[in-house]
Design a protein around this ligand. Structure first.
Ligand SMILES: [Fe+2]
Length: 330
């Protein structure tokens, strides 16, 4: 199925390009959900080499009605562009996939027409049948789920859902991309985290160094953003920051792996059954200094990143209230 062709007229910009000769050519259909043309406009308005920028990171909405509020907050923050950590649909392929992408169109179409939004692929985009990746590709007009782009003094690399540590071809692609960053800040975005304190099992999120994480360290990656485990988590392993931003609307998961946290890690999620039985609030936020704040209802959020020259700062922002829960220079 071709989503570009299936999008309603209101979501498609059709431009008739007249040749210099005066002859009309075939109409060119531009998919407004492809981030590249809007990014080109951004570059045109800020010059080639800005050293200041503002972008948001979010993921794991999976068709939840909460996604609308998350996007409202994202809009209020007025980023220049967005990167996502995937699972924006529940099922990417088959009949369900068609309906899920229609829902994404209805919920997020206005946002994706207004701002560049760079997608990546999660296990839910891959689920549902052989046409799943085609549906992703057609919806965003992105040829590959593994790609990179540059803006000003930063380079962004999108990685695929499957683990890469045993895939020499993909690792060598990644190394070439990292090598050619030439001193820019490097950000990775992908669905599967390398480290978590949430609910995902060890075979899914190993919490260990791998050939991939060693490449991040070797080439001084600034931060690796991921989704999948529906919590918030910020940790630093060796010199690389790992941030789970998975709070765009899908239900928040339990903090079952806090024993894997390092001192000064920051995390938010649902309490374990054992803790809840003691009468504690259902959710909690654990700050870098160890302070714990009770939260009664699930909080959805976005991560905001600002670059000013060498300085990179991040904030984790409550979608409903706008409260900044976590703030750090990384
Ligand atoms: Fe996932």
């Amino acid at each position: 199925m071709n989503f570009v062709k299936s999008l309603s007229l209101s979501t498609i910009v059709v431009s008739l390009i007249l040749a210099v000769t005066g002859c009309s050519s075939a109409p060119e259909v531009v998919n407004p959900y492809n981030p590249e043309p809007k990014m080109a406009s951004l570059r045109a308005s800020t010059g080639d080499n800005p050293t200041k920028m503002h972008f948001l990171v979010f993921g794991d909405s999976k068709g939840s009605p909460e996604f609308k509020n998350v996007l409202k907050r994202a809009d209020a923050l007025n980023p220049q562009f967005n990167i996502t950590t995937a699972d924006l649909v529940k099922t990417g392929g088959g009949e369900k996939g068609i309906l899920d992408y229609q829902r994404l169109d209805q919920q997020g179409g206005w946002f994706m027409r207004k701002y560049p939004m760079w997608p990546t692929v999660g296990n839910h985009e891959e689920a549902g049948g052989e046409d799943a990746i085609n549906n992703f590709t057609n919806f965003f007009s992105m040829e590959k789920a593994m790609y990179s782009f540059e803006y000003g003094n930063a380079k962004f690399i999108a990685l695929p859902w499957p683990k890469m540590s045993e895939d020499e071809t993909k690792l060598s692609w990644l190394e070439d991309e990292l090598k050619s960053a030439n001193g820019k800040h490097i950000f990775i975005y992908k669905h599967r985290p390398h480290y978590t304190v949430g609910s995902k099992k060890y075979k899914d999120v190993e919490g260990l160094e791998s050939k991939t994480t060693r490449l991040y360290d070797k080439y001084k990656v600034k931060a690796v953003f991921s989704g999948h485990d529906h919590i918030y988590y910020r940790t630093k392993r060796n010199d690389t920051h790992y941030i789970i931003s998975a709070g765009a609307g899908a239900s928040i998961y339990k903090l079952k792996r806090v024993k894997d946290a390092l001192a000064n890690d920051v995390y938010y999620g649902m309490r374990t059954k054992k803790e809840i039985m003691t009468g504690a609030a259902l959710y909690k936020f654990h700050a870098a200094d160890g302070t714990i704040t009770d939260i009664a209802k699930p909080m959805y959020y976005v991560v905001s990143v600002k670059i000013d020259g060498d300085k990179v700062s991040i904030e984790m922002i409550d979608a409903k209230t706008g409260k900044v829960w976590d703030k750090a220079e990384i």
